[in-house]
Design a protein around this ligand. Structure first.
Ligand code: AMP
Ligand code: MG
Length: 316
């Protein structure tokens, strides 16, 4: 009798453990996919039931946002704006309107450190190609076209320009927005947790099954490390961790490095004593815009600026 009771006890414990395992299993199911979009490597990792369908849906949405915001694809909304003449207006649609609302707000409050009308100057440097150092006069000429006062952005979403040649570059905002939209898609699909990495723009939510506290641990890369090693870790439950760094995109000419974050006041790469700024914020769009703004503003001013938006800036 005693022996039967012991067996029964073990059987019961095993049954309960098995039930717990199979109940929990769907929440640990992982699906990960990587694609090249936004001119960078994009990886989406989701956990839980329906993770695969969710990740596929995310990439459809990412491709849609990329198509609208890519200044280099002729049919994008941004390209249509860039080709438009003074006096013409185009419909910014919902995505572009949302991006511009935050981008313009950060632009105005940062005294122009972040400026989405920087496009004519960025194009001179050809960072997406082999890179080229423009002459001072070329830069001065193109700086005439830079400034949010040259953009006509109505609440209705109509978008125009005050002078010919004004162009938009959403390279410093679109990936952040896309990260937020990816999280929306993942939530709507009911996954239990996910992390979205769009070339160093991280957004995440829900439970990380790989950690005991469910938090996401995001490694911060040591600038210019040949092996891409991490020298810092940010732990968050949800939100965004976005890094803007000189090592992410640059070219070398005559022994000098020229990186892709431009100071709109000078038209030259923002020259500072640090190599990267990581922003920890509640959403990706805000974090992306702040990363560039804080890089250009400098450590002291940038840290305080990030705080104004409830974010943290980490300089390296
Ligand atoms: P990322 O670090 O990937 O967000 O890249 C920043 C991108 O934003 C650059 O590749 C440029 O296309 C653009 N950009 C550069 N400087 C500025 C600036 N001061 N304000 C707004 N956008 C910028
Ligand atoms: Mg950025």
């Amino acid at each position: 009798m005693k022996k039967a009771g012991w067996f029964f006890g073990v059987f019961l414990v095993l049954t309960v453990l098995a039930a717990l395992f199979f109940k929990a299993a769907p929440y640990n199911r992982k699906f990960e996919k990587t694609e090249f979009l936004f001119d960078t490597t994009c990886t989406v990792t989701a956990y839980g039931k329906g993770a695969e369908a969710a990740v596929e849906a995310v990439f459809e949405r990412l491709e849609e946002i990329h198509r609208e915001t890519d200044m280099f694809s002729e049919n994008s909304t941004v390209a249509r704006f860039n080709f438009a003449k003074m006096g013409e207006t185009i419909d910014a649609n919902e995505d572009l309107t949302k991006i511009l609302e935050t981008a313009v707000e950060i632009g105005k409050h940062s005294n122009g450190a972040f400026d989405v009308t920087i496009a004519p100057v960025v194009q001179l440097w050809n960072f997406s190609g082999d890179g080229r150092v423009p002459s001072k006069s070329e830069i001065e000429e193109k700086l005439e076209l830079v400034g949010l006062d040259k953009l006509v952005f109505e609440k209705s979403g109509r978008l125009g320009k005050n002078i010919d040649g004004v162009m938009l570059d959403l390279g410093g905002a679109a990936k952040g927005y896309a990260g937020d939209e990816a999280i929306e898609v993942l939530k709507n699909h009911g996954v239990s947790g996910a992390v979205v990495d769009l070339g160093g723009n991280i957004t995440c939510f829900g439970d990380n099954p790989a950690t005991s506290d469910g938090k996401w641990r995001i490694g911060l890369q040591k600038p210019f490390s040949p092996t891409g090693e991490f020298d810092d870790v940010v732990e968050i439950k949800s939100g965004a961790v976005v890094t803007g760094g000189t090592y992410q995109r640059y070219f070398e000419k005559n022994g000098k490095k020229y990186h892709h974050i431009i100071d709109p006041h000078t038209g030259y790469p923002s020259h500072k004593e640090y190599s990267s700024v990581t922003i920890v914020a509640e959403n990706g769009l805000l974090a992306d815009c702040l990363a560039t703004a804080c890089f250009v503003m400098g450590k002291e001013e940038g840290s305080a600026f990030a705080e104004m938006f409830g974010a943290e800036a980490i300089y390296k």
